[in-house]
Design a binder for this molecule. Structure first.
Ligand code: KIV
Ligand code: ZN
Length: 514
C-alpha cells in the first residue's frame, strides 16, 4: 500500500470560508484535535493576512508537537519572513509559498510575464529555504496553466530547494479524467519530481474536489490537501473525511492508505462546525446527520438482517456512536469524569465541575444521555468565553394571538443586576431585543442556526449565532433543551466575546449598558 500524506488546511483555506473567523485559541483547540486525528501537516494560517492570523499560527507552532505545522506566504519577502517568525518554535516547520502560473492570473492579476513569475517563484523558494528544510511551492491556478510552462516552473523550484510541489485546482475547474492526465504528465516531464512530494489541492466549485483528489492519488500524487467538512473558499475544499474513507473503504481499488486515526473523524467534524459556526448539511457524506440513517422500510429491513446490505462502512469506525447510551441520572461524578476522559478530553478541575453540573441538570430532564450530549456539554464548558454578562433568567410569554414578550435578567461582573423587557416577532427575537436594549448594543445578528443534537422532543437544541460589530465578527454557541434558552446563551456568549475584546482594547472605557 502506498502511504498518502494528509495536509489539513482547515485553519487556513477552511478559515477563508465566508463569515468564518477563528481566534488564536480556537485555532489551537482545532489544531490539537487535528493532531489527535493524526493528520501529517497542519496548515495553521496565512500570517501576513492579519495580526490575529499570525498570532494563531504562532500559538499552534508553539504548542502542537509531533506534527508538521505550515504557514502560507505569497512569493514576497515580507510574507516569507513573517511566516518564519510565526513558525520558529515548530518542531517541524513548513513554509508554503505560492504564485499564480495561469495566463489568466498572470495577465489580469499579477501583470507579470511567464518568465517573471518563474523567477519570482524560484526567488521565493530560495528565501524560504534559508529558514526551513521543508518548503512547499504551489502554482496557483495550476489546472488552468499551460502544462509545459507549469512543468518548467516546478522543475525550477525543485532545483531551488522546494520539497513539496503542490498542484492547486484553485477554481475547482478540472475533471477527474483531466486530473489524472495532468499528474501523469507532471510525473513524466518534470525534472527532479521523483525527489519531492507531489501534492494536490482541489476546490469544490463543480462538486468534484474529492473525485479530483482521488484521481490524482491514482495517478501518483503522494499528498492530498483537504479540510474538515470540506469548508473553504466559495464551495470549499476537498473534504478530509471523504478522501480518508474512500481510500479506506475502497483500499482494494486505490491500494493507498493514510495514517489517520479514523476514530477522531466525527469529533473533529463537530468541533470544526461548532467553532466556525458552519453547519454540516444533513446529507453530507460520512459526517452528516443522515449519513448512516436508513429511512426506507426496505433498507431498514435489510440492515436489520445484515448490515452489509446497505452499509459500506460502520459508523463506529469514525467515532460515531450517537445512539449509545452512556450515563444516566444516577451516575456520579467519578463515572462522569471517567467517561469524559475516555472520550479524550482533559478538563481542569473547575471545568469538570461545571460540566458535571450541566450533566446533572440535563440528566434530570432527559432520560438517555448519549456521547453526543456529553460532547456538547464539554465543548460548551471548555469554549465558554470568560463571562462579563451572566444569564440569571429569561422568561418568555408567547403563543398564537399574543404578542411575544421576553424579560431577561443578567448579572454583570458577578455583582450588578441588569433587567430588560421587550416584545418581538417571536420569543427569540423578543429576548434578543431585550438584551440589546438593556446593553445598548447595536451589533447586527448576521446568522442564527438551530439544530438538534440528538433525536426526540427532549433533545438538546444547539444554537450558533454570529454577530457583527463594525468589521469584527463574533460567534456564540449555546445548547439547552429549551430552544429559547439555548438561543439566549448563544447570543450572550457572542456578546461576552465582543465585550471581552473591547475591554482588552480599551480597559478604561467600559463597554455595556447605556
Ligand atoms: O486554492 C489555492 O490555489 C490555494 C493556494 C494558496 C494553495 O489555496
Ligand atoms: Zn485553496
Amino acid at each position: 500500500m502506498r502511504r498518502i500524506r494528509v495536509f489539513d488546511t482547515t485553519l487556513r483555506d477552511g478559515e477563508q470560508s465566508p463569515g468564518v473567523a477563528l481566534n488564536a485559541q480556537e485555532k489551537l483547540e482545532i489544531a490539537l484535535q487535528l493532531a489527535r486525528l493524526n493528520v501529517d501537516v497542519i496548515e495553521a494560517g496565512f500570517p501576513i493576512a492579519s495580526p490575529g492570523d499570525a498570532e494563531g499560527v504562532k500559538l499552534v507552532a508553539d504548542n502542537v508537537k509531533g506534527r508538521a505545522v505550515c504557514a502560507l506566504a505569497r512569493a514576497k519577502d515580507k510574507d516569507i519572513d513573517i511566516a518564519w517568525e510565526c513558525l520558529k518554535n515548530a518542531e517541524h516547520p513548513i513554509i508554503h509559498t505560492f504564485i499564480a502560473t495561469s495566463d489568466i492570473h498572470l495577465r489580469h492579476k499579477l501583470r507579470l510575464s511567464r518568465e517573471e513569475a518563474l523567477e519570482q517563484a524560484v526567488w521565493a523558494v530560495k528565501r524560504a529555504k534559508k529558514y526551513v528544510a521543508d518548503v512547499e511551492f504551489s502554482a496557483e491556478d495550476a489546472t488552468r496553466s499551460d502544462w509545459e510552462y507549469l512543468s518548467r516552473v516546478y522543475a525550477a523550484v525543485i532545483e531551488a530547494g522546494a520539497t513539496i510541489i503542490n498542484v492547486p485546482d484553485t477554481v475547482g475547474y478540472i475533471t477527474p479524467f483531466e486530473m489524472q492526465e495532468l499528474i501523469k504528465y507532471l510525473l513524466e516531464n518534470t525534472r527532479g519530481i521523483e525527489k519531492v512530494v507531489l501534492s494536490v489541492h482541489c476546490h469544490n466549485d463543480l462538486g468534484l474536489a474529492t473525485a479530483n483528489s482521488l484521481a490524482a492519488v491514482l495517478a501518483g500524487a503522494g499528498q492530498v490537501e483537504c479540510t474538515i467538512n470540506g469548508i473553504g473558499e466559495r464551495a470549499g475544499n476537498a473534504a478530509l473525511e471523504e478522501i480518508a474513507m474512500s481510500l479506506y473503504v475502497r483500499r482494494d481499488f486505490f491500494q493507498a492508505e493514510t495514517n489517520l486515526n479514523f476514530q477522531e473523524i466525527y469529533r473533529t467534524s463537530r468541533l470544526v462546525s461548532q467553532r466556525t459556526g458552519m453547519l454540516v448539511q444533513p446529507n453530507k457524506a460520512i459526517v452528516g446527520q443522515n449519513a448512516f440513517a436508513h429511512e426506507s422500510g426496505i433498507h431498514q429491513d435489510g440492515v436489520l438482517k445484515e448490515k452489509l446490505t446497505y452499509e459500506i462502512m460502520d459508523a463506529r469506525l469514525i467515532g460515531r456512536e450517537d445512539r449509545v447510551l452512556v450515563l444516566g441520572k444516577h451516575s456520579g461524578r467519578h463515572a462522569f469524569a471517567k467517561k469524559i476522559e475516555e472520550l479524550g478530553y482533559k478538563l481542569s478541575e473547575e471545568e469538570l465541575n461545571q460540566a458535571f453540573q450541566r450533566f446533572k441538570q440535563l440528566a434530570d430532564q432527559k432520560k438517555d444521555i448519549t456521547e453526543d450530549d456529553l460532547k456538547a456539554i464539554v465543548s460548551e464548558e471548555v469554549a465558554k468565553p470568560e463571562e462579563i454578562y451572566h444569564l440569571d433568567f429569561v422568561h418568555v410569554c408567547c403563543g398564537n394571538n399574543i404578542l411575544p414578550t421576553a424579560t431577561v435578567r443578567l448579572v454583570k461582573d458577578g455583582k450588578e443586576v441588569l433587567e430588560g423587557v421587550a416584545t418581538g416577532v417571536g420569543p427569540v427575537d423578543a429576548a434578543y431585543k431585550a438584551i440589546s436594549k438593556m446593553l445598548g448594543i447595536s451589533s447586527n445578528l448576521v446568522n442564527y442556526t438551530l439544530q438538534s443534537i440528538t433525536g426526540g422532543t427532549e433533545a438538546l437544541g444547539e444554537v450558533i449565532v454570529r454577530i457583527l460589530d463594525g468589521d469584527e465578527e463574533y460567534i456564540g454557541r449555546g445548547s439547552s433543551q429549551d430552544v429559547v434558552v439555548a438561543s439566549v446563551i448563544a447570543y450572550l456568549s457572542a456578546i461576552n466575546r465582543m465585550a471581552q475584546r473591547k475591554r482588552k482594547l480599551n480597559p478604561q472605557k467600559d463597554y455595556g449598558e447605556s
